[in-house]
Design a protein around this ligand. Structure first.
Ligand code: G3P
Length: 217
């Protein structure tokens, strides 16, 4: 499974990249706003800085909700760097835009996926990735990981190339559950990635080894 980091924070991206296990980055307008980016030039430059840190797909989301606007924005974003993936919301106009970009060979990530039917439509349109938001589904009292299983199953039935990118990850356990469910990618906060490393028995075992090492040092 590929690991993406879900943030626009350059320091966090650098920290995850330094681990040597980072395959890509996803951003969204909320994450961009969180790091205080304002204005088109600053936004474009920020995506470029991210692409300079990580050699892998970097999702950059369009703000327009009409076909012409999404195409215009998506083309601008795709010109920033070959690793940019144009992130497009799961709406009717978005499906048209995904189909358009797929014909041009521009990569897309269809975001705000909350049902298998939406994921099927995105794959039919030629999306490179789909982003089911599992944490937000859990928040609304359903089981998000079940949606990952469903989409993986459907894509397998028909051999769709569209990658299942589990998003809205809230914990290390979510990452493991997505791996079990067969997600191609998990995009995660840095805290969840680092959380995978933790186990109290590892800490206890290491403390013991270091203590014993003093006996022969
Ligand atoms: O990037 C989209 C997604 O990961 C959002 O996560 O935590 O805002 O539900 P969250």
């Amino acid at each position: 499974m590929k690991f993406f980091i879900d943030t626009a924070d350059l320091e966090q991206i650098k920290e995850a990249a330094a681990l040597g296990i980072l395959d890509g980055v996803t951003t969204n307008p909320s994450l961009m706003a969180k790091v205080g980016i304002k204005g088109t030039d600053a936004v474009m430059n920020h995506y470029k800085l991210i692409c300079d840190i990580v050699d892998g797909p970097v999702s950059a989301e369009v703000i327009s909700t009409d076909f012409a606007g999404m195409v215009r924005e998506g083309e601008m974003l795709a010109e920033i760097h070959p690793n940019i993936v144009v992130k497009i919301p799961m709406i009717k106009e978005g499906i048209k835009a995904i189909k358009h970009f797929s014909t041009l060979g521009i990569k897309t990530n269809c975001t705000l996926i909350f049902s298998a039917g939406q994921a099927l439509m995105a794959a039919k349109a030629g999306a490179t990735m789909v982003s089911p938001f599992i944490g937000r589904i859990d928040d609304s009292n359903w089981e998000g990981v079940q949606l990952i299983e469903q989409i993986v199953n459907i894509y397998g039935n028909y051999g769709y190339d569209t990658e299942v990118l589990a998003a809205s990850i809230r914990s290390p356990l979510h990452i493991v559950q997505c791996a079990e469910a067969g997600a191609d990618i998990a995009t995660c906060p840095l805290s969840s990635i680092l959380g995978l490393l933790k186990h109290p028995l590892t800490d206890i075992g290491l403390a013991q080894f270091l203590e014993d090492a003093k006996k022969f040092a």
